[in-house]
Design a protein around this ligand. Structure first.
Ligand code: ACO
Length: 497
């Protein structure tokens, strides 16, 4: 059944159960696992590890590409396995443990994790656990629906466990482009100058003797949870498309726009869906996660090529896309997240980065991660890799949250992920603020006029005018700047109704 997937015969005797393979992971180890936005995560070994930890407690530091599917972060948290976790997560149980101080979470730019490993700024993984569709004749590992940090984890780890997942279409082989930057100080430029360039190999090159165990699995990726666009997300998409049209009319963009990057979540997906009925043609993506909208755009003849680090689909799209992979094969590439998010490449290609904010302030500082400045939501993910280096750095959010108890536009953000210097365009369902070339006082005027929900506009206006009387390049009233957040903590609303 699986012999054609392990093409180096000397590795066939490494096949064992997940429970046996998990014994290679010991208390106190650092483990690097495949998995990026619920795609391509190792499935059986982490499950076996969690089961073992219920009987014999153990703790590890777990690194992945990004979030895991199949509730593995939940299971590992509940079993008490996670001492440290990096660089991204989206699980509500793990989120609680992080916010209770029980799991040390390192919230990191997604392009940076393996760079820090390469430079010995982080402890190297003792064991890597990588999901694969096959092992080649040379003993190299062919990843599945994500590349994430898998290649570098496998290269740096002392031992590698491979999970061959028979549920994935073997035709995924050929889709990946594994390129590993050389070491500093003699590093050469990354030779990627077009979205569809292939600069590496189709499998992860490691010495086969490092493969200590192979586990055969059959469990699919869990579907994404994106919901169809609603009126607000549609309005955000409409504002953005109108803006792109104006950029084309002004000669700053062509009708192909630029390579698009879109973050996770409902809003970013809705914005990308909005492009289906737009006048733009021959679009490309240079992104991290390829979601349903990528394939909807390809099917609509709008998108000619998509580069990502993972493919995360809803149940609606999953069987169709992976069952008909030949339809998409020449239009797709999956890269290590270090390359999909690399500042050098993002700046060179002139990417249009569209990411989601939890809140932003009068001057354009963006908080993507911390509710009321303290409680972690998911993490910065790749948004910072793109925001600082993009041709256009765009942040989108609904103007209010929790039924209007929260304004997403506040006097001062309670945590800063993206500084005002990294943010060009802000969009809510109310409108779009173009902050390019504006000084802080000008930015505040545009943000209030274009983005704030009517029920908060007057209060924000009053704050800004009072702050301007006190003076300053970026006027604030320090005593009041976070008062909306304090009100939210104390009364459940940012402002009394
Ligand atoms: C892996 C990657 O790197 S992808 C690339 C980019 N990565 C990132 O941008 C990472 C940071 N971004 C994110 O984590 C997400 O995009 C978020 C959390 C900011 C938004 O997620 P979305 O699903 O698009 O938006 P949505 O409006 O549904 O909000 C999600 C939740 O946050 C809540 N929320 C939104 N704004 C606020 C706020 N200002 N304060 C408190 N809660 C808020 C919403 O009410 C919702 O809560 P619920 O799940 O209980 O209903």
């Amino acid at each position: 059944m699986y012999r054609d997937r392990i093409r180096l015969p000397s590795l066939l005797n490494k096949v064992m159960s997940a429970e046996q393979a998990a014994l290679l992971i010991q208390d106190g180890m650092t483990v690097g696992m495949s998995g990026f936005t619920r795609a391509g995560e190792a499935k059986a070994v982490p499950h076996a590890l969690a089961q073992r930890a219920k009987v014999t407690p153990l703790k590890i530091s777990l690194m992945t590409g990004a979030s895991l599917g199949n509730d593995l972060d939940k299971e590992l948290t509940e079993a008490g396995v996670l001492a440290r976790r990096m660089p991204f997560q989206v699980d509500s149980t793990l989120r609680k443990a992080i916010n209770a101080g029980e799991v040390m979470f390192i919230d990191q730019h997604l392009s940076e994790t393996v760079e820090q490993l390469r430079n010995a700024q982080l402890k190297l993984p003792d064991v890597a656990v990588i999901e694969a569709v096959a092992i080649t004749e040379q003993g190299h590992i062919v990843p599945t629906t994500s590349v994430g940090n898998s290649a570098s984890f496998a290269i740096f780890a002392r031992q590698v466990i491979v999970e061959i997942n028979l549920a994935h279409n073997p035709n995924l082989e050929g889709l990946h482009d594994i390129y590993i930057p050389t070491y500093r100080p003699t590093r050469t430029p990354i030779p990627l100058v077009k979205v569809d360039d292939r600069i590496g190999s189709t499998a992860i090159p490691i010495p086969p003797e490092k493969i200590a165990a192979i586990v055969i699995t059959h469990q699919g990726d869990s579907p994404s949870t994106v919901t169809p666009p609603d009126n607000d997300t549609q309005a955000i998409a409409d504002h953005l498309i109108e803006f792109f049209k104006q950029e084309v009319a002004a000669g700053r963009l062509t009708n192909k726009l630029g390579p698009l990057q879109a973050g996770i979540g409902n809003i970013a997906n809705a914005v990308m869906c909005g492009l289906i009925d737009s006048p733009f043609e021959d679009l490309t993506m240079y992104s991290e996660v390829l979601q349903d909208s990528t394939f909807d755009l390809i099917d609509a003849g709008k998108l000619s090529f998509a580069s990502g680090s993972s493919i995360t689909l809803s149940s609606r799209r999953n069987a169709d896309v992976f069952g008909n992979l030949e339809r998409y094969q020449d239009k797709l590439v999956l890269r290590p997240q270090e390359i999909s998010n690399h500042p050098e490449v993002v700046r060179r290609l002139g990417i249009i980065g569209i990411n989601t904010a939890l809140e932003f302030d009068l001057y354009g500082n963006v908080n993507s991660t911390h509710v009321c400045g303290t409680r972690m939501m998911n993490g910065i993910g790749g948004s910072g890799d793109f925001a600082r280096n993009a041709h256009l750095s765009i942040f989108v959010t609904k103007s209010i949250a929790k039924g209007g108890a929260i304004s997403s536009v506040v006097p001062m953000v309670s945590h800063v992920d993206h500084t005002e210097h990294d943010v060009d365009i802000l969009v809510t369902e109310i409108g779009l603020a173009d902050l390019r070339g504006l000084a802080p006082r000008e930015r505040a005027r545009v943000v209030i006029d274009k983005c704030v929900h009517p029920s908060y506009r007057e209060a924000l206006n009053q704050y800004f005018e009072a702050a301007c009387k006190l003076g300053g390049h970026t006027p604030h009233i320090l005593r009041d700047a976070l008062s909306w957040h304090v009100n939210l903590e104390e009364t459940g609303r940012m402002l009394a109704v």
